[in-house]
Design a protein around this ligand. Structure first.
Ligand SMILES: Nc1nc2c(ncn2[C@@H]2O[C@H](COP(=O)(O)OP(=O)(O)OP(=O)(O)O)[C@@H](O)[C@H]2O)c(=O)[nH]1
Length: 155
């Protein structure tokens, strides 16, 4: 649907590239389910296609993959500093933020003696940490909005 190569193609590429150190950027959309539920699957599909386009524009079609659902991978040789990562997040979320959809990411440099599976797992862990940290920051910034209202009949 997005035109991006899939998980199988990603592993094939990573196996072939074992001799070179390459960085895996693991991207997972934030609040995508809510956008899908609120605006419908046609809009959901459009958001996935938009993200795929953003990823390709930044990293090239040959370095962009869709793992499945709202999870994507980009491969690159550059290094990003903290400020560049902020800009990258904004660039990748272009056309999605209007629907309150964001992107979490984790990056991991795959070393020649590391398996692709392990590298992907490390990037996934870092992405999950990014997602939970940013969610916690949002809750701290808007405590009233996220406060759990006690049920009237709760004890
Ligand atoms: N429109 C559309 N939806 C899809 C497709 N593939 C997966 N989904 C939906 O994507 C959603 C992914 O769920 P979650 O990973 O929980 O989404 P999320 O709301 O981003 O979760 P957080 O990452 O915790 O913010 C599910 O509702 C799937 O049904 C697709 O090809 N098209």
């Amino acid at each position: 649907m997005t035109g991006l190569p899939n998980r199988k193609a990603l592993f094939k590429r990573l196996e072939k590239q074992r001799a070179d150190a390459i960085t895996i950027l693991y991207c997972d959309l934030d609040k995508f389910k809510a956008a899908n539920d609120q605006h419908g699957h046609v809009i959901g599909d459009k958001l996935l296609k938009q993200f795929a386009t953003n990823l390709q524009q930044k990293f090239g079609i040959e370095n962009s993959y869709r793992l499945g659902g709202d999870e994507f991978i980009a491969l690159y040789h550059l290094q990003f500093n903290e400020n560049e990562l902020i800009t990258l997040r904004q660039e990748l979320a272009m056309g999605l933020s209007e629907f309150k959809v964001g992107v979490s990411f984790g990056h991991h440099q795959l070393l020649p003696d590391e398996t692709p599976d392990h590298g992907l797992h490390e990037a996934d862990i870092m992405m999950y940490r990014d997602k939970t940290t940013r969610e916690e920051q949002t809750i701290r910034a808007f405590p009233k909005k996220y406060r759990k209202v006690p049920r009237e009949d709760s004890t």
